[in-house]
Design a protein around this ligand. Structure first.
Ligand code: PMT
Length: 221
């Protein structure tokens, strides 16, 4: 057993939420804290990997030893992911990326005039799906945050986004998923599934990193 079992590997990990500006003072975002992605970065560094952490705005500090790339919006994250992914062995998409952005960001603060207002949204690039289209694509791991039909939706994303693995969390359950200290995951490959039971995100991350490496090594044969 070697505790530096990821030596020689380069992991690129996306983490946290993205922020989509509406005007200079407002944005659309979600409840991701970055804790899950940062715990994966920490576990991968401990196991000897070089880690590039591409993170949306969070209130936690990056693990010592990682290369931190801070971004705000989904389109920023997309650009940085496509820059760093080609030199990586493994790409982990743990970020909760906004699917849509505001079509026309107002240059001045929007004033409260009408009783109703409409925001036009346009689709963002799918970061993990675009990385999976690279000619020398790394080993690809996505996440799925679901509130129902977890296995079916997660397996759908595994196939549609061209991933090797997908880690699904049930975000309808309290005490796990977005912003909590704990999580539970189901890891799906095309042919099998493995449960990582509810525990602190640091423990879940250690188990996940080891499982990802097992699948990665199996694919190299
Ligand atoms: O940050 P925490 O508070 O610790 O919470 C952790 C988490 C719940 C955010 C995390 O475990 C998680 O599930 N992250 C993915 C959340 C999500 O956006 O899932 P999704 O089902 O909407 O997206 C599926 C996959 O596509 C994800 O890998 C996502 O990163 C990726 N994606 C989505 C949209 C997009 N435009 N680009 C992407 O790369």
């Amino acid at each position: 057993f070697c505790d530096k079992y990821l030596q020689g590997q380069h992991w690129v990990i996306t983490a946290g939420p993205t922020r989509e500006a509406i005007d200079p003072v407002r944005y659309i975002s979600n409840h991701s804290s970055g804790k899950m992605g940062y715990a994966i970065a920490h576990a991968a560094i401990r196991a000897g990997a070089k880690v590039t952490l591409i993170s949306g705005p969070v209130n936690i500090s990056a693990p010592v030893g990682c290369q931190l790339i801070s971004v705000i919006s989904a389109e920023d994250m997309h650009q940085q992911a496509l820059k760093f992914a080609p030199e990586s062995t493994t790409f982990i998409a743990c970020a909760a990326v906004a699917d849509y952005r505001v079509a026309n960001i107002a240059s001045q603060k929007i004033k409260k005039t009408n009783d109703a207002m409409h925001l036009e949204l346009v689709k963002n690039h799918d970061i993990v799906a675009d990385v999976a289209c690279l000619p020398n694509k790394p080993f690809m791991v996505g996440f799925a945050a679901e509130t129902q039909n977890i296995e079916a939706y997660a397996r759908g994303k595994l196939v549609r986004k061209n991933l090797d693995l997908i880690a699904a969390n049930d975000v309808a359950k309290s005490g796990q998923g977005f912003n909590s200290d704990d999580n539970a995951l189901m890891l799906y490959s095309a042919i099998d599934k493995t449960e990582i039971p509810l525990a602190n995100k640091q423990i879940v991350a250690q188990k996940l990193v080891s499982l990802i490496n097992q699948h990665y090594l199996a694919k190299q044969i």
